[in-house]
Design a binder for this molecule. Structure first.
Ligand SMILES: [Fe+2]
Length: 492
């Protein structure tokens, strides 16, 4: 038996994943245990959960992988800071202590995190190799083109590669500071949301606006080539040298300062969101076309934070040249924990891959689960009113009735999802036919803005009846957005 633990930590979205003899036994993000969103500390609880799920102790692990090469990242930071002396001093002063104290001594930190009980090797895989591995190895494809689309990992911000059987090969990259993820984050910051977590709000806001700034963006800020590669005019940004994302010049170009975080959203933010979304979709489509030309593959797999842009992904599937597209559900850095473990197993140990349908990701239900007894105990101790259903039929009938009566239902079953999307294991359900449901649901969840979208669920055999998708097209991970069929649309 070979047991490999993958760890992602110390940047954002810490996570752990356990792969035993090539099988994904468990994977979870630390925030789900610590209740601290995007928790970046050593994933103590996630590691503990993964090991207990595998019935292992740290000394029984054969390898521990870390999803990033900290020394290369440190070199990038130093070079960037030096290039911007003296302007970079403030960000240098803020960043350097955590490097000197923690990130430069990762083996020690990791060993300590594992309770000092692990004496084996630590393997540090490239950031984009980890993302690429998480995209290709669990996918259902024997061969595929690979795109990683990210903010930044070490030097790369996005990579093109190809996966065949049990090996991946990365061939081209776009390097820092030119980054699709950071461009999106710059608009996230500018529209008053939190960088590294509010990006999906920008995507959710985009449909309410018109892309009126798209041309301005393409003319001044980003030089986009036919093959999807691009260079950004860094005088519009401040993330290399400062503590903000955008520069004064950016604010002049878009005629105003960034929106103050708690202030009201206006049409302007919606138009800005629509504009950066339109440019991102354009870049993603061009990159996909180039990946197809370059690799000659008919399948595409993707990971990296930008691969959570399900609207862009949907366009790649519909308008791009690939026959099939599969995206790692934990596409952000949490998924790097899974990627590094699988990279060690397939790429470094050269173990073969066995393909299973529909994929190897097990619906991404890789987290903890709780028995009926455990759930009842918790409900009772919280003084909750509850009833136990006799069987699944009774439960489903009751819940269907509640939904049809425009109630909002919290649904909790089986193992928790790995990745940011609720996929039916920890979900909030409502009636998609109700015109008020979106805002009712958002209001019921504290602190949620009313524009935030929910995803519809439909049985696979009806997918093309309701959405502009091919017959029986799988979309199990909420990573492909498609327009609703004209005749199914309800006037609002
Ligand atoms: Fe990343």
């Amino acid at each position: 038996m070979t047991a490999i633990l993958g760890i992602s930590a110390f940047y954002h979205d810490s996570a752990a994943a356990l792969v035993v003899d090539g099988e994904i036994v468990a994977a979870a993000q630390e925030e789900r245990f610590s209740r601290k969103k995007h928790d970046d500390r050593f994933p103590t609880h996630a590691v503990e959960f993964c090991l207990s799920e595998g019935g292992l102790t740290p000394d029984q692990l054969d390898y521990v992988g870390f999803y990033d090469k900290p020394l290369t990242t440190f070199e990038r930071l130093l070079e960037t800071w030096l290039a911007f002396v003296p302007a970079g001093y403030r960000s240098f002063r803020k960043g350097i202590p955590v490097w000197l104290k923690q990130k430069l001594h990762l083996p020690k930190e990791l060993r300590r995190g594992l309770g000092g009980d692990y004496s084996g090797r630590f393997v540090f895989t490239d950031h984009h190799e980890s993302h690429a591995a998480s995209a290709f190895f669990p996918s259902p494809f024997e061969e595929a083109a690979i795109l990683t689309l990210d903010g930044v990992g070490e030097w790369s911000t996005s990579c093109l590669g190809v996966g065949r059987d049990n090996a991946i090969e990365l061939m081209k990259e776009i390097r820092f500071p030119h980054s699709l993820g950071l461009l999106y984050s710059a608009f996230t910051y500018y529209t008053g949301f939190r960088v590294n977590s509010g990006e999906y709000k920008v995507m959710g806001l985009a449909p309410y606006g018109s892309p009126i700034y798209k041309d301005r963006l393409l003319e001044h800020v980003i030089d986009l080539k036919e093959d999807g590669s691009f260079r950004m005019d860094m005088s519009y940004f401040n993330y290399c040298q400062g503590l903000t994302m955008t520069s004064e010049r950016f604010h002049q170009l878009f005629e105003g300062p960034p929106r103050a975080p708690e202030s009201d959203l206006t049409q302007r933010e919606m138009d800005l969101a629509a504009s950066v979304q339109a440019v991102s979709e354009e870049i993603m489509l061009r990159m996909a076309r180039y990946a197809y030309e370059k690799t000659g593959q008919k399948n595409l797999v993707m990971a990296g934070g930008v691969a959570l842009n399900c609207v862009g992904n949907g366009r790649i599937l519909r308008e791009g040249p690939f026959e099939n597209v599969w995206i790692q559900p934990a596409a952000g850095d949490a998924g790097g924990a899974l990627g590094t473990a699988q990279f060690i197993w397939h790429q470094l140990l050269k173990r073969p891959r066995t393909l299973t349908a529909p994929d190897m990701q097990q619906s991404s239900q890789l987290g903890p689960s709780y028995s009926g007894d455990e759930i009842e105990r918790v409900l009772a101790s919280a003084g909750a009113k509850f009833a136990v259903a006799e069987d699944d039929n009774q439960l489903c009938e009751q819940v269907a009735e509640l939904i049809a009566d425009e109630n909002v239902v919290g649904w909790f079953q089986g193992r928790m999802e790995f990745g940011p999307r609720a996929l039916g294991a920890r979900s909030i359900l409502g009636d998609a036919r109700s015109t008020k449901m979106q805002s009712v649901m958002n209001l019921k969840i504290k602190f949620r803005e009313s524009f935030r979208p929910f995803a519809p669920i439909v049985l696979r055999e009806f997918v093309d009846e309701y959405f502009q998708m091919r017959k029986d097209e799988d979309s199990p991970y909420m990573l492909l957005v498609a327009p609703v069929q004209e005749e199914r649309r309800l006037p609002m």
